[in-house]
Design a protein around this ligand. Sequence first.
Ligand code: ASP
Length: 345
Amino acid sequence: MKSSILIIYTGGTIGMKTDAETGALIPFDFSAIYEEFPSLKRLNVDIEVQTMSPVIDSSNVTPDNWLTLARMIRDNYARYDGFVVLHGTDTMSYTASALSFLLEDLAKPVVFTGSQIPIGVLRTDGRENLITAIEIAGARDGDRPIVPEVSLYFQNRLFRANRTTKRSAEALSAFRSNNYPPLAEVGVNISYIRPAIMQPEQIPSDPTRLRIADHLADDVAVIKLFPGMTEQVLRAMFSASNLRAVVLETFGAGNAPTTPWFIEVLQEAISRGIFIVNITQCGSGSVSMSLYDTGLRLQKIGVLCGHDMTTEAAVTKLMYVLGKGLSAEETYRLLSRPLRGEFTL
Ligand code: ASP
């Protein structure tokens, strides 16, 4: 039986083509996808396209857009076997990470992709990214989808979405997932790395329905440490009104200065109820707060360990968990464990 796939176009470079007369970049009409790519008819899938309104450059994406996208997937969940989300590459890892949290009992594939070169330009990387993403979204073992999680496909690799970061403004392999293996490698064939793929915790009682979260908190900040950061600057950041959580990007394995004023600012913030999650500035590896005194002090005052989470996953997880309006204990509990495979314990 054919799989049915919904493509949701949100904007970005992938949706552009060159006007034959003027040479300028103009939007590509995804609703005419079979005319543009007749070869798609050879895939064993039925494709429909919806466009998010308004279409945006992904630098303008907001948590409201993420909620809209989650609702679009929920509202169409019963009708399709899988979803492909076309998104600008600049913030794709943020959106894809946010969706991994918002789609709470997902049991179907949601594959994000985009391109570095517009789809209507001869040397585009968008064509292969799109076609393979569709194939992955429709791939099944019998009646079970092979990749029933939120993933991101780019340049021959499928990743867990909430493990990715845009790594290059130039290279066609624009994304990396340094702390988690790819879910699939694509060459002549698509080879799925099955042990890396997440399976739904429990089969939902009604598989035609998808439960989604309907609120995201946005009182979150990212503070990246650097040698020479002054007390005044750090205090100013922590004194932002309504601040509820901070992703603290520390050095190496989760280390920060031991200067008394530094610890004091953090301690004060924690006593005001602000959650602080410690992640590393390094492109790979994990926070281990008990390794050095410089990390241990953070642990002692109640800074949460972010393990090997990306900034994108940490920010969107905080928005999601705080958006639930739970007690401090329950919030702490959800932040301390992986919810969608976003960190390795
Ligand atoms: N500025 C574009 C965007 O992120 C870049 C891209 O799609 O690659 O929307």
